[in-house]
Design a protein around this ligand. Structure first.
Ligand code: HPA
Length: 279
């Protein structure tokens, strides 16, 4: 087992080391697809299917400890229709004080372990007035308003793609079409990623709507950039957990966001379960 490596080790080597640990601990030589479960989506984990193994992220090295309540910090391995799928429970965010490299470590580890498709899930505020709480929405594009990139820093080592990553197809049209074949009622929207952890002001939401955003959240964009840099296809699904600030009368509450997500667990679990074997 390769020991946990310090932050001084460059992030791609750290991901390779975590991937090697993952292969060794699971005894599985490679994986095909990975799902990162966001706030509330973890309640859907059981509905996605029975897992064969669960490894604490702490055993892989390179993963910071999550500080948010809804996250447990483990990766599950399950077989889905002939695909070897990794399920990451325990995303970390910029707002926990993590570097962009730490935020994308799971995605880089998954790609280093062989995954060619990355499914990113999140909880989001709905900016479009026709979105309903509990509704899953396919992310068609993003506005990265975090001011950060996982590709900042020294250039990637030899053998890795250039850091000047093309993002014109950040979210795979092929995978979105496939998801809509499973559920033709799925809406699409543009996700605005903000650093948080505070929610937005109503003025910020009006601004975001003017900029073309349909959804707002605090994750996903950096992970999508890291996955695209490494050539993996990305499918991202937001669960609308609340109307964005100023669009409803009641104030935003993190507990209610998590509760809204949990009450949709069966639907979103079934959705992922149907999509995964087809990735
Ligand atoms: N804003 C930002 N992030 C969120 C929201 C929101 O309204 N809901 C869930 N995550």
């Amino acid at each position: 087992m390769i020991s946990a490596m310090s932050d001084a080790v460059e992030p791609f080597a750290r991901a390779e080391a975590s991937a090697a640990n993952l292969r060794e601990l699971t005894g599985v030589p490679g994986f095909d697809a990975a799902v990162v479960l966001g706030s509330g989506w973890q309640a859907a984990a059981e509905a996605i299917g029975a897992h064969e193994q669960e490894i604490p992220l702490a055993d892989l090295g390179g993963f910071p400890r999550p500080t948010t309540g809804g996250h447990t910090g483990a990766v599950r391995y399950l077989a889905k229709g002939g695909l070897r799928v990794l399920l990451f429970l325990g995303r970390v965010h910029l707002y926990e004080g993590n570097s962009p490299a730490a935020v994308v470590h799971g995605v880089r580890t998954a790609v280093a372990a062989g995954c060619r498709a990355i499914v990113l899930t999140n909880a989001a505020g709905g900016i479009r007035p026709d979105y309903r709480v509990g509704q899953p929405v396919l992310v068609s594009d993003h506005l990265n308003l975090t001011g950060r990139s996982p590709l900042t820093g020294p250039p990637p080592p030899d053998g890795y793609p250039s850091r000047f990553t093309d993002l014109t197809q950040a979210y795979s049209a092929r995978l979105r079409a496939l998801a809509r074949e499973e559920d033709p009622t799925l809406a699409e929207g543009v996700y605005a990623a903000l650093p948080g952890p505070h929610y937005e002001t109503p003025a910020e939401i009006r601004m975001l709507r003017g900029l073309g955003a349909d959804l707002v959240g605090m994750s996903t964009a950096l992970e999508a950039i890291a996955a695209r840099h490494l050539g993996a296809e990305v499918l991202a699904i937001s669960l609308v957990t609340n109307p964005a600030a100023g669009l409803a009368t009641q104030p935003l509450d993190h507990g209610e966001v998590l509760a809204a997500a949990r009450s949709s667990a069966a639907r979103i679990g079934a959705l992922l379960s149907a999509i995964l074997p087809r990735l």
